[in-house]
Design a protein around this ligand. Structure first.
Ligand code: SF4
Ligand code: SF4
Length: 573
């Protein structure tokens, strides 16, 4: 560190190229921000982070201003505080006053800023925003009236996801965020990833709720209501109830789900194992029979829709496997229904997912058998937390319980699906066995772990040197695919997840998820993998039983009918 600056009369060291905000954050000094997003280029457009710099006439934005040697900064002078307060008052002047009814009551950054800046009276009055709700999407509800134009959603959609489904429209006081031609999210290129919800400071973006439908079915005596939960839920729900980030509360969650009234509780990690059986078999088949390569995973519905919109040429590369959510749904309404003697139409099948795009996937026409949906409703992690509270359950007082068997018993390969790289690692374990007839000496593939947007490895499986790549964030996927289109041929298998870091950072996870929480969730998944005895999907005895008793063999007739799907080209507006 070669620079010395002074902040509020304290001397601090700084490095060339750092912004004022970087130095303040590193030293535990907080200034409020709104439009700023860690890791993206700062614009300073909201001016919430202004500070006073000696010798400068105007206040400067800490997020975008580089530090200079000898700079003297005041972060909380009267002028600075008044300026921030006025910004908040202006934002509140046309903001709807329905905080008590708002989804984000209690987790709204505008509310928090008003409180922190001691805004206690309405000094500026304006006409309330009056825009129409956009409820057209299967996954996301947009309420432009609550939008404060921070632009975070626009940036995440364009710079992380490469989708650009929403943008700034109009000028000056008539500016708002909209989809192209005001057609609504359902007709836009939106892939339903929900990353915009995760960054929105207010209630302008939220998931399409499924809670009411589920409540109705729970109180219908003619319905058998079953629930499955994705691998990442047990390590992310914890934070909603004050446990430490990443704590695995699977036993408490099982108990809470039963107290709510679900008749059967299943773990989607089981069907993640099933996905691996089919997907690894498909990979081996493609590699040994000259099939289309690289094969690309299909368990992320955000990615699948992106490929249907922007990657018509690579649709043959996508694995034909349904996602674990849909495989579990199909097995519940066939094998489970048959073995329990329940008519499939009397089963109401709910899933709890870290993901808003799963609400879209569940409603796809392809995800039905004889007109009956594989899955009937999808809750995000946030909605599950709400449901637990609504049913008056104190999760802290629960005694841990196991999920129902056999669809609740997993290998740890199924569990690590929750993290970017987990699907690939699980698939390699089984592909190795299928190709060589032997287990891997060491199951872990460390090169595929971590939060980087792209990870690659070459793995020797028998005589084959298999090139694999893992990408998360669709912009990273687009870049890798461009390399493949341009002739890169050393990669045979690609895992794509729309959300950066994978499902542990999905668009349905708790609001306020930060990098530390994501790392903690990831660490827990790999810790489970470290400690569990059964580390490969093909070694899950209940998966073996499912094939013996019902499915036959991977890629067989019944598997193909129930567990595989196809894709459609979609035109983008
Ligand atoms: S859900 Fe994803 S793709 Fe759709 S608008 Fe939000 S960030 Fe963009
Ligand atoms: S919808 Fe939310 S994230 Fe997007 S600009 Fe408005 S307030 Fe910001």
């Amino acid at each position: 560190m070669n620079l010395t600056i002074e902040v509020n009369n304290n001397t601090l060291q700084a490095s060339q190229g750092e912004t004022i905000l970087d130095v303040l954050s590193r030293n535990g000094m907080k200034v409020p921000t709104l439009c700023y997003m860690k890791g993206l280029f700062p614009t300073g457009s909201c001016r919430m982070c202004v500070v006073e710099v000696e010798g400068r006439r105007n206040l400067v934005t800490a997020c975008s201003e580089p530090v200079l040697d000898g700079m003297k900064i005041m972060t909380h002078s009267m002028r600075v505080i008044e300026s921030r307060k006025t910004i908040v008052e202006l934002l509140l002047s046309n903001h709807p006053d329905d905080c008590l009814y708002c989804e984000r009551n209690g987790s709204c950054e505008l509310q928090k800023l008003s409180e922190d800046l001691n805004v206690r009276e309405r000094r500026i009055s304006g006409n309330k925003n009056n825009y129409k709700l956009d409820v057209s999407s299967t996954s996301i509800v947009r309420d432009p009236a609550k939008c404060i134009l921070c632009g975070r959603c626009v940036r995440v959609c364009e710079e992380i996801e490469g989708v650009t489904a929403i943008e700034f429209v109009g000028r000056g006081s008539k500016t708002f965020i909209d989809t192209s031609f005001n057609h609504g999210l359902n007709l836009s290129s939106c892939v339903n990833c929900g990353q915009c919800i995760m960054v929105c400071p207010t209630g302008a973006l939220k998931e399409k709720p499924h809670i009411n439908e589920i409540k109705n079915n729970l109180s219908n005596p003619d319905k058998v209501v079953v629930v499955q939960y994705a691998p990442s839920i047990s390590v992310s729900l914890a934070e909603e109830f004050g446990f430490k980030p990443g704590q695995n509360i699977i036993g408490l969650m099982n108990a809470a789900l039963r107290r709510i009234g679900f008749n059967f509780v299943f773990d989607t990690s089981f069907s993640a194992d099933l996905t691996i059986m089919e997907e690894a078999s498909e990979l081996v088949h493609r590699v040994t029979n000259g099939g289309v390569l690289p094969m690309i995973t299909s368990c992320c519905p955000g990615w699948v829709k992106y490929a249907e919109e922007f990657g018509h040429d690579i649709l043959p590369n996508l694995s034909s496997c349904k996602s674990p959510q849909q495989m579990m749904g199909a097995i519940i309404k066939s094998y489970f229904a048959e073995s329990e003697g329940i008519a499939p139409e009397n089963i109401y099948s709910v899933s709890v997912m870290p993901c808003t795009a799963k609400k879209f996937e569940q409603q796809r026409e392809e995800m039905t058998q004889n007109g009956i949906s594989d899955v009937d409703a999808v809750l995000t992690t946030r909605e599950l937390a709400r449901l637990i509270r609504m049913y008056g359950i104190d999760i802290h007082k629960m005694e841990p319980e196991l999920a129902d068997s056999p669809l609740g018993t997993r290998s740890s390969a199924g569990k690590i699906f929750g993290s970017s790289g987990g699907v690939m690692e699980a698939a390699i374990r089984t592909a190795h066995y299928l190709i060589t007839g032997k287990e891997m000496v060491k199951f872990q593939v460390k090169a595929l772990r971590g939060l980087q947007g792209r990870k690659e490895a070459h793995i020797q499986i028998g005589d084959l040197n298999v090139g694999v790549a893992v990408v998360s964030g669709l912009k990273n996927a687009a870049e890798l695919l461009e390399e493949v289109r341009n002739g890169r041929d050393d990669i045979h298998f690609i895992e794509v997840m729309a959300c950066p870091g994978g499902c542990i950072n999905g668009g349905g996870q708790p609001i306020g998820t930060d990098e530390e929480a994501v790392k903690a969730r990831m660490a827990t998944l790999y810790d489970i993998d470290e400690k569990d005895a059964i580390k490969a999907s093909h070694k899950n005895p209940y998966i073996v039983e499912l094939y013996d008793k019902f499915l036959g063999k991977p890629l067989g007739h019944k598997s193909h009918h129930l567990l595989h799907t196809h894709y459609q080209k979609r035109e983008v507006n």
